[in-house]
Design a protein around this ligand. Structure first.
Ligand code: F6R
Length: 261
C-alpha cells in the first residue's frame, strides 16, 4: 500500500513534497531525480527551487532524467519536454544542463534512442526519487492504458484523449505529436522512491484506480501498488473518490516522523 498524504490544496502537497526532496538533495548531493512535465509538478518545482535556495544547497551534482518526450517536435519548440524541463527544472533548481537528460525525440532512430535512455539511467545508478503525475486515463509517463507493467523505455503512440488533454499547450491542436518516447512502467518501477502528485477533480477517477483499484495494465498508474516505496500526495478534489481517505489521514497524522515520507 502506498503512503497517501491528503492535503487541502495542491500548493500544500507541492510544498510538502518539495521540502522532502530538498532534504534528500542536501543529504545526497549526487541524487538522481526523475522529473515529470505537465501542469501537476509546476508548483512542486517552484517550491523545490525556493527550499534549495533558502538552504543554499549545492545542486551542481544532482542528476535528472525526464520521464518522456514527444517525437518529432523541432529542436526549438517551446513545448518540447527538453524545453519545458529546461525552463521549469534545470534553470530554477540550478542544475548543470550536462546532468539533465530527456529522451531524444529528434533522434534519427528514436527506437535506439529509447534503448540508450534506459542504459543512461542505469549508468547513473538508477533514479533515487521519481516525480510522477497521472493522466486522466490513468497513464504514468506516457504509458497509455494497455501498456505492459514491465515495459522499458520505448516509442509509444499517444492516446487520442492524451493528445486532447495536451492540446492546451499548443497553439494549434493539430500540432500535438502523435508519438513519444516514454520511460516504461518497468523502468519507472525501478526508481527507489516514487512520489505521485495528483491535483484536481479530473484526476479523481484515475487516482482512485491507481491507489485502490486492481493492478491492471488498463490503468497503468495502478503499477505503483507493486512498488515498495510510494508516496501519493493529492488535494481534496483529486482525493474525492478514494474510499479509504479517513484511514490515510489517520495514518499520516499518527506517523512517528510526519515530516518524512
Ligand atoms: C509528463 C507525464 C504525464 C503527465 C500526465 C499528467 O511527463 O509523464 O504522465 O504527468 O499526463 O499531466 P498534467 O500534469 O498536465 O495533468
Amino acid at each position: 500500500m502506498a503512503e497517501v498524504v491528503l492535503t487541502r490544496t495542491a500548493d500544500e502537497a507541492s510544498a510538502l513534497a518539495a521540502a522532502h526532496v530538498a532534504r534528500e538533495i542536501a543529504a545526497r548531493p549526487r541524487l538522481v531525480l526523475g522529473v515529470a512535465t505537465g501542469s501537476t509538478p509546476e508548483g512542486f518545482y517552484r517550491h523545490l527551487a525556493r527550499c534549495l535556495a533558502a538552504e543554499g544547497t549545492d545542486t551542481s551534482g544532482v542528476r535528472a532524467f525526464a520521464l518522456d518526450e514527444y517525437v518529432g517536435l523541432p529542436a526549438d519548440h517551446p513545448e518540447s519536454y527538453a524545453a519545458v524541463i529546461d525552463r521549469t527544472v534545470t534553470m530554477p533548481l540550478g542544475l548543470d544542463p550536462a546532468h539533465v537528460h530527456v529522451p531524444d525525440g529528434r533522434a534519427a532512430d528514436p527506437f535506439a534512442a529509447a534503448v540508450a535512455y534506459d542504459r543512461a539511467i542505469d549508468a547513473a545508478g538508477g533514479v533515487d526519487i521519481q516525480i510522477l503525475g497521472i493522466g486522466r486515463n490513468g497513464h504514468i509517463g506516457f504509458n497509455e492504458p494497455g501498456s505492459s507493467l514491465g515495459s522499458r523505455t520505448r516509442v509509444k503512440t499517444l492516446a487520442a484523449s492524451t493528445r486532447d488533454a495536451n492540446a492546451r499547450f499548443f497553439t494549434d491542436p493539430r500540432d500535438v505529436p502523435v508519438h513519444c518516447i516514454t520511460q516504461g512502467i518497468g523502468t519507472i518501477r525501478e526508481a527507489r522512491h516514487l512520489i505521485l502528485l495528483a491535483f484536481g477533480a479530473d484526476k479523481s477517477t484515475a487516482l482512485a484506480g491507481a491507489v485502490e483499484g486492481p493492478v491492471s495494465a488498463s490503468l497503468p498508474g495502478s503499477a505503483i501498488q507493486l512498488h515498495p516505496h510510494v508516496t501519493v500526495l493529492a488535494d481534496e478534489d483529486a482525493a474525492q473518490k478514494l474510499t479509504q481517505a479517513e484511514a490515510y489521514r489517520e495514518a499520516w497524522a499518527l506517523k512517528p516522523a510526519a515530516q518524512s515520507f
